[in-house]
Design a protein around this ligand. Sequence first.
Ligand SMILES: *Cc1c(COP(=O)(O)O)cnc(C)c1O
Length: 435
Amino acid sequence: MHHFHYAGSNLQCENVDLAEIARLYGTPTYVYSAATMADNYNRLASGLKGLDLQICYAMKANSSLAILRHFANLGAGFDLVSGGEVRRVLAAGGDIKRSVFAGVGKTEAEIELALKNDIFAFHVESEPEIARINHVAGKLGVKAPIAIRINPDVDAHTHAKITTGKSDNKFGIPLAHAAAAYEAAARFPHIQIKGAQMHIGSQLTSLAPFVEAVKKVAPFVTDLKAKYGITYWSIGGGIGIIYKDALASGSPEWWSAQPADTRPLTPEAYGEALTPLLAPLGLKIVLEPGRYMVGNAGVLLSRVEYLKRGKGKNFLIVDAAMNDLVRPAMYDSFHEIVPLHRDTERPALVADVVGPVCESGDCFAKDRPLQSVGEGEYIAFMSAGAYGYTMSSRYNTRNMAAEVLVQGGASDLINARETFEQQIQNEKLPAFLTK
Ligand SMILES: *Cc1c(COP(=O)(O)O)cnc(C)c1O
């Protein structure tokens, strides 16, 4: 469920007209719904009620300061993957003490920064990393809390670039070697064994892999509790969202019309399946949802530049490009495209929707049936709240897009569009080229 819907013929985010936002701030612009994020957070928390639960929002999905603050206000901690993300949480007023630090390549400086801010735990990905964390903790005269990331070798049935829980991924330590890794960790004087962690992949649309992974790893986690007194288990993130029927899935009617056996994953079903498996462990349970928290809460607004009619092929050329939203180019992912002004009288149009970047890969959709739209009109890419802005770049010397947050009838610019001057501010012409 989400808060994007047509009011008459105009697409709104909560009570705000999106065309108004496009006119006010220009395009391409990301727009996020605060109510949708709050609903997502609260539904997940109540889906697993009864557990000692800590939701650590995986901020790499969307790390704008205002969004971090919104989740911090809701009670979330954060799943961090870099020193920069630690600093973003601090800048937003979030709590590092309730946050976990993941990633395969933590540097000494990043470990030190996290320790100085009382990180809840490091999620360790390899044995050499344990030695490094021990070394940094020793220097600071503290004990570093850790959990080892266990790779359960479960197939998440998702895109190859976002599956992480198979044994041939770079992530974690295989279940068969995890006991030895914990024994090794226990011998370091500046390491405190605090928990266990896993994360099997992203955009999972069925429950089965989550259930399989929890069942597979739970006995080992029970052993860890007996042996080392661990106090928590993070079961990762990965809950998928709706891309195909994104707009329709905003309404409860759409959900109740889905047949039970093919109904997309809901936080209620996730909680119902996992709570009984997790409750008997008597541990704090950490979740690390990223995409689920923000994906359906954001859209990317874009303006139509040209409709180029070709032989048997139409191209709708818009002002957003792969640098703004790379998911279609990188993961072949589908984003629903809807007009901000809906007009059912108009003829249909089948077109490739493309950006202006000089790459054939700069294509959002192939042969997509759309309402016909013309130059100067606006469209929205749905389900763009996760891995949208955070994965964007300046390719083709395009400025980073603007971001706007909506709550009820209020909206505010939370990240101004980058200027050309900002884009080149760190560059210089060396003297040996200019004399
Ligand atoms: C990326 C990531 C997540 C979040 O994944 P989503 O699919 O966005 O929920 C959680 N945990 C770890 C360790 C990650 O790398």
